[in-house]
Structure formats: structure tokens, C-alpha cells
Design a protein around this ligand. Sequence first.
Ligand code: HEM
Ligand code: HEM
Length: 244
Amino acid sequence: MPTAVTEASFSTLAPARVQRAAVVEAGVRVRIWDLPTRVFHWSLAASLVGLTATGYAGGAWMAWHARIGSLLLALLLFRVVWGFIGGRWSRFVNFVPTPGALKRYLRGPATPEQDAGHSPLGALSILAMMAVLLGQAVTGLLGDDGGGFTGPWNELVSSATGFAATALHKQVGQWLLFALVLLHVLAIVFYRVVRRRKLVRAMLDGDKLLPRRVPPARDDARSRALATAVLLACLCVVGFVTGF
Ligand code: HEM
Ligand code: HEM
């Protein structure tokens, strides 16, 4: 069994010992996705399933749709904050590519850093997904479906804007989002089948098996406590501005 390299052990053990402990036939096992990033990811995916089900059910389910939409907004806000203070590979600075890095990546081969965290192309699709999700939350909160349901921010805008927001939400946003999620899942299947990379496993247990050692993400009790506090603050802020 490969031994996981945690940030604590990485910094306290002698490098040679770390290498002996961590290097196995298949590569080096390194913590890449900290627990808060993984919880964020699967909560986001579950919220999207809930939003699709309640959005299509309509009627009395719209109250739940709006609540889950606000929860998703809080998750997005959390991820933005975590993108600055989270584990190494969850920070924007370590995965949002510059145009130059994107060009070099497309010409190949990938650097060890690009192998470790999100690839530059993956990063772009992830940012697009998060932007469309944000758009869906905002158009939902502003919207008026003409059937008796209005979002909590609808009174701040004209009724024409409210109807336009719902039209965007239903006719543009949802399809854009479904297309991006489909692309996301197909990209992961491509990596599994063609590149033989088990990306899903890393999003479950946090660790990747890499050809070369890279610094691991911090994922200890203190960083998890910090993430919990940040998430609670995000829930309070979103609860306050949406009234849920
Ligand atoms: C259903 C809606 C989904 C949404 C909205 C979504 C969204 C995201 C986002 C935002 C990230 C970036 C995570 C971060 O840095 O915080 C991500 C990464 C990832 N997602 Fe999803 N995801 C969804 C479904 C799935 C499913 C079903 C799978 C498994 C088949 C999956 C597997 C992954 C993996 C493996 C990564 C990491 C990719 C990498 O190594 O670069 N996702 N996803
Ligand atoms: C945050 C992410 C959100 C996503 C991904 C999402 C997704 C969806 C989907 C898939 C539908 C079904 C569209 C259809 O019937 O063709 C829908 C409908 C709708 N959503 Fe959302 N939604 C989100 C947030 C919200 C929020 C926060 C609100 C309001 C507070 C909201 C209000 C509505 C309304 C009014 C409808 C139309 C229901 C009807 O047909 O009468 N949504 N949404």
C-alpha cells in the first residue's frame, strides 16, 4: 500500500525518509484535495441534482428549490474564499492558468504541477461551471415565473426584469449548465479510459498517485476547523441576503 504524504509529515520528516516512505511502484501518493474541497464538490453535485428535481417538479417544491439554490450560493461563496486560503492545490493561484501556461499545456507535456491539481483546461471548465451556477442562483433569486412564485430579490427589480431573469434561468442557464456538467463528466471518463488516471478516487479520498513528488495540500484538523467556520459564515451571509 502506498503511504500518504501529509503536509505535517512532509515538513518534519527528513526528505530521504519521506521518499522511502512515499515512493512506491506506481508513483508517489500525495494529498491534493483537502477535505473541505471534497465536501464542497460532492455537496455542489448533490445540490444540483436536488435543484433539477425540484425545478422540474415545480409547485410546492419551489420553496425547496429556492432553499437549495441559496445553499448552493453559500457553497460557491465558500469556494471563492477557500480559493484564497485553502489547501495548496485548491488555491486559484495554483490552478487558474495564464494564457501562456494554457498555450504551453496545449503543446504538452504537462508539468508535475499541472498533473497534480486541476489541468489548465479542466480549470477553465470548472470556472465556467461555477460562473453559470452563480448566474442561475442570481436569476433565480431575481425571478418571477408568472405562476405565483417570485424569488426574494424580485421586489428589487421591475417586473419585466423579473420575467427576463426567469427566462434566462430556464431557457439559457440550465442548458448551458447541463452541457458543462456533461463535458465535465465526459472529461473524467476520458482521463480514466484513455489516460488511465483515476481522478474520481482523488476527489473521494484526497490523494493522487503522481509520477513525481509535489508539495501536498494542508489538510489537518486546524484547516478543517477553519473551513467549517468559513462555511458557517457564508451560510449566514447568504441566509441574510436571501432571507432563507
Ligand atoms: C453534477 C454536478 C457536478 C458539478 C457541478 C461539479 C463541479 C465540479 C467543480 C466545481 C470542480 C472543482 C472542484 C474544486 O476545485 O473545488 C470539480 C472537480 C472534479 N469533479 Fe466534479 N462536478 C459535478 C459532478 C461530478 C461527477 C458526477 C464526478 C464523477 C464522475 C465528478 C468528478 C470530479 C473530479 C474527479 C474533479 C477533479 C478533477 C481534477 O482532478 O482536476 N464531478 N467538479
Ligand atoms: C443555484 C442554482 C440553480 C439551478 C441550477 C437551478 C435550476 C433550475 C432548473 C433546472 C429549473 C427547471 C427549468 C424548467 O422547468 O425548464 C429551474 C426552474 C426555476 N427555478 Fe431554479 N435553479 C437554481 C436556483 C434558483 C433559485 C435560487 C431560485 C429562486 C429563489 C430559482 C427559481 C426558479 C424558478 C422560479 C423556476 C421556474 C419554475 C417554473 O417552471 O415555474 N432557482 N431552476
